[in-house]
Write a protein of this length. Structure first.
Length: 639
């Protein structure tokens, strides 16, 4: 009998650890498996880069604490050592000492005296400044600051900038030559900006520059993978990426991105580089990330239908004509299974990705979108017994609809969001990607979500054979409102506000349509057995509100309307009903489940006969600490 795959591994603090399954991996040829193997090693080799980007003391803290964990011979069953172990697990999950979602510093539940005892017992030295970074809540307390009343750079604890403030950063990048106005490079994407001896300059992340030791390992494994690339064009893609890592030339990164979009024939693909800018308040710096994935054939049929109709979706969008693309170029979409997660995609990960981010490349060449099927399946399987749906859905009808159509609805939302939403619309001439500053990421996510919400209830999806009936859309509308107004608040501690861009985006949309629909009772706030629920009464009217907000959000982005973006985010996306939040926390606590989830990667093993590689085998047996300590031993290339 085939062993049932175990998705759930363990739970600690506010985190649960899951596994994802590599379905159909055994059907790959040896060459394809080796391609995945070396791409995976390239991915994991960049791990230390993200740790250092997130905070300047992260690497030394991780390495010292890991050594304590391995070497300590004292009472490992004491309450203080258990608190130490939980703290170490939390920072390993977060890729540093700041929470991966709230960006707040993770505070230990043990004392500095106990840490000193551990250090002395293990004969380990740790600077007092680093200890203060761990225990002083007010020192470097926020990794990413989005509060426009603060200095977005000086008050953020990330390591993208050193000894510069917001005004200096904005002035520096305003003075940089971006090249051809029609093809501007993404200035600042792959560098740390520092002030040394009064001079502001960039330290570029490349071979021979900052992070060289780790990047050399990435390059080595990419070059090994290149030997097994599935197409000649894919070899070119890898060669351009290697050239970019060796030179740090952002023009080369654009060349790579363009060729990467064109590579659609290989069943195996990857993302590798300094890409997403959520970790930078001003959206210049790219956090290091990588995934390796392979095509899910059945799921991709659905995505193919959407991408082949991209022009129809663009033409029929409810936004003004001047903000639409006259010709949608090169939209490709796949449903994939991920083979490894790394950097800013590990252990927590997106369920969909749309790249590249450069607006001119999207306009001229299109974009590539993936929905990650095996990650979504792992989330879905772990949710079946969580009790969340029964607790926060109002009626049996709503619950039954969610159980029947929730997985499909969620997958379609992700497809529409990534494949079409991010790739839709255009900037007006003279508007840069940095126009919305600290509100850029939230507005962009809201724009893509609204696009998905509007179209998931369109008859076109039935016509195309993607959905059987509108109950799929109703299920997704129920879920989105339920999550945006209540469920996601389970992730927020008392006294805090919403700060993460995706969470802000979801509340903006849900709260805006709720308030705009009050007079018509489109969404009704109900009480049952002393509990609060939000119930959609008119799905078509709700869709019209999504359309109205989509039109306005697209206008903000297209025109670069900073003040309108600021007003929308600050009015709808930051604060919430304190009494409702307290109620939600009480209801959630009774379920005894963690609000955040992350994933373990499978371990790849080369099976050899002498020096000859016979196969690549998957091992799912590692637990969380085993995998983290192995990565710390085998893939740590920075001091």
């Amino acid at each position: 009998m085939e062993k049932e795959f175990k998705y759930f591994i363990e739970q600690f603090a506010d985190l649960k650890i899951l596994r994802y399954e590599l379905t159909d991996f055994e059907q790959f040829s040896l060459e394809e498996k080796l391609f995945i193997y070396y791409l995976s090693n390239a991915a994991i080799s960049g791990r230390d880069i993200l740790w250092d980007q997130n905070y300047k003391h992260n690497l030394v803290i991780r390495k010292k604490l890991e050594k304590i964990y391995l070497d300590y011979k004292g009472d490992r069953g004491s309450d203080e050592f258990k608190a130490f172990e939980i703290y170490l697990k939390r920072i390993l999950f977060a890729n540093g000492i700041h929470h991966h979602y709230s960006m707040d510093k993770i505070m230990p539940d043990f004392t500095v005296d106990f840490l000193n005892t551990l250090l002395n017992d293990c004969n380990i030295q740790l600077d007092e400044e680093v200890k203060e970074s761990i225990f002083n809540k007010d020192k470097d307390n926020k990794r990413v600051v989005l509060d426009s009343d603060k200095d977005l750079i000086a008050d953020s604890a990330n390591n993208f900038y050193q000894d510069v403030n917001q005004l200096e950063v904005e002035k520096f990048y305003a003075s940089i030559d971006r090249g051809d106005n029609q093809r501007p490079i993404s200035v600042g994407l792959n560098s740390q900006l520092v002030k040394e001896d009064g001079e502001i300059k960039e330290k570029v992340w490349r071979v021979g520059g900052m992070y060289s030791n780790a990047i050399e390992q990435i390059v080595f494994n990419l070059e090994q993978a290149c030997k097994y690339a599935r197409t000649e064009h894919q070899k070119l893609v890898i060669e351009l990426l290697v050239k970019y890592y060796k030179t740090g030339d952002l023009k080369c990164f654009d060349d790579y991105s363009i060729e990467w979009i064109k590579e659609v024939d290989s069943p195996i693909d990857f993302i590798n580089g300094f890409i997403e800018v959520y970790g930078d308040s001003l959206a210049y710096k790219g956090s290091w990330e990588s995934i390796v994935d392979y095509t899910d054939v059945e799921g991709t049929k659905r995505a193919d239908i959407m991408s082949s109709n991209a022009q129809w979706f663009e033409d029929n969008s409810p936004v003004k004509k001047e903000f639409k693309k006259e010709k949608v170029a090169g939209v490709s979409a796949k449903v994939v299974n991920v083979a490894v997660l790394a950097g800013d995609c590990y252990p927590y990960t997106p369920i969909g990705i749309n790249l590249p981010n450069a607006e001119w490349i999207r306009a001229d060449y299109g974009s590539k979108s993936v929905t990650i099927e095996n990650i979504m399946m792992a989330y879905y399987q772990s949710s079946l017994t969580s009790g969340m749906l029964d607790e926060f859905a109002y009626s049996e009808e709503e619950i039954e609809r969610a159980r029947k159509w929730g997985f499909l609805g969620g997958g379609l939302h992700t497809d529409l969001h990534e494949c079409l939403g991010h790739g839709s619309g255009k900037l007006l001439e003279g508007v840069g990607q940095d126009a919305l500053k600290n509100y850029h990421s939230t507005i962009e996510e809201a724009r893509a979500d609204l696009f998905a919400l509007y179209y998931i209830m369109d008859d076109k999806l039935i016509e195309l054979g993607i959905v059987p009936d509108m109950d799929v859309a109703k299920s997704e509308y129920d879920s989105y409102i339920r999550n945006g107004l209540m469920v996601q608040l389970t992730r927020i501690e008392k006294g805090n506000v919403l700060e993460e861009s995706h969470m802000r985006n979801r509340q903006i949309i849900a709260k805006w349509v709720y308030e705009k629909g009050l007079s018509d009772n489109i969404i009704e706030k109900k009480q049952k057995d002393g509990k609060t629920y939000f119930v959609v009464n008119d799905y078509n009217a709700l869709r019209n509100l999504f359309a109205e907000l989509l039109a306005e959000v697209q206008r903000m982005k297209s025109e670069g309307d900073f003040e309108a973006a600021k007003s929308l985010v600050e009015d709808y996306g930051v604060t919430f009903d304190i009494e409702l939040h307290e109620e939600v926390l009480i209801r959630f606590k009774k379920l005894n489940i963690a609000p955040y989830a992350g994933f373990l990667n499978p371990k790849y093993k080369l099976l050899k006969d002498g020096d000859t590689i016979k196969d690549v085998e998957l091992d799912y047996e590692e637990d969380f600490m085993s995998q983290m300590l192995r990565y710390g031993k085998d893939f740590s290339f920075l001091d």
